[in-house]
Design a protein around this ligand. Structure first.
Ligand code: NHR
Ligand code: GAR
Length: 221
């Protein structure tokens, strides 16, 4: 069953914490007609996130839900759920969002929340991935799009892009090259979801009804 038959245009809510370049890539793909969807709201947990300005410039509503104003993760997540659900989105997109969710939130959005993580999962979950990849002296690094579950960066993988590590790489140069790949693969995965081609059921990702391997699909540039 295709989503398009249920709703005219899928609604997306995007969560950010920082620069919002992945948000920009998504807004560009929608503006160019590559993805048929609308971004109903951009939420940031930090008031000074540069991505809020990108959204405003594109005429997209923004809201700050500052985690510092909540006494617990549970209270913060309750407010987030309230703000997100007000828009009735088919999909919630994490784009550089930096706060760990409680299982209450991840269970609520099971199968309809995606994240892009700057590593080849299951390697280097969590933060400072580029530094850790260099310390581990891996030859290949990259980015992964995955469904969000209660297991931090452990949800089922949809799509990965491989980025070779160079001898002279610093965390900053490696991060910049990985980010270019993020801007390519995240809109692709979001497009698939919006077309109803990508689904999660019983912790198994399917694409056009076919189960994907544990590492997801490998993007070839
Ligand atoms: N929440 C759950 N339950 N599961 C996931 O898979 C999640 C999640 C929340 C965010 C994004 C993730 C990433 O792509 C994400 C995936 C923040 C941290 C973190 O350590 C780790 C992973 C991710 C996001 N956050 C610290 C915290 O205490 C704060 C770190 C900071 O502010 O710099 O929440 O990497
Ligand atoms: C991206 O590299 C994203 O993968 C990463 O932060 C950067 C955000 O860039 N996400 C995380 O580390 C989540 N913990 P952006 O704000 O310009 O999209």
């Amino acid at each position: 069953m295709h989503q398009q038959t249920l709703h005219q245009v899928p609604r997306i809510v995007v969560l950010i914490s920082g620069g919002g370049s992945n948000l920009q890539a998504l807004m560009d793909a929608i503006a160019q007609g590559v993805i048929d969807a609308t971004i109903e709201l951009v939420i940031s947990n930090t008031p000074d996130a540069k991505g809020l300005l990108r959204a405003s410039k594109a005429g997209i509503p923004t809201q700050v839900v500052n985690h510092l104003e909540y006494s617990s993760r549970e209270a913060f997540d309750r407010e987030l759920i309230h703000v997100i659900d007000d828009k009735q989105p088919e999909l919630v997109v994490l784009a550089g969002f930096m706060r760990i969710f409680t299982p209450q939130l991840t269970d609520h959005y099971h199968g309809r929340m995606l994240n892009i993580h700057p590593s080849l999962l299951p390697l280097f979950k969590g933060t400072n991935t580029h530094e850790r990849a260099l310390e581990a002296e891996v030859d290949q690094h990259g980015a992964s799009v995955h469904f969000v579950t209660s297991e931090l960066d452990g949800g089922p993988i949809v799509l990965q892009s491989l980025v070779p590590v160079l001898g002279e790489d610093s965390p900053a140069t490696l991060a910049a090259r990985v980010l270019v790949h993020e801007h390519i693969i995240y809109p692709i995965a979001i497009k698939w979801f919006c077309e109803g081609r990508l689904n999660l059921s019983h912790d198994q990702v399917t694409m056009d009804g076919q189960p994907l391997p544990a590492q997801g699909l490998a993007f070839q540039s």
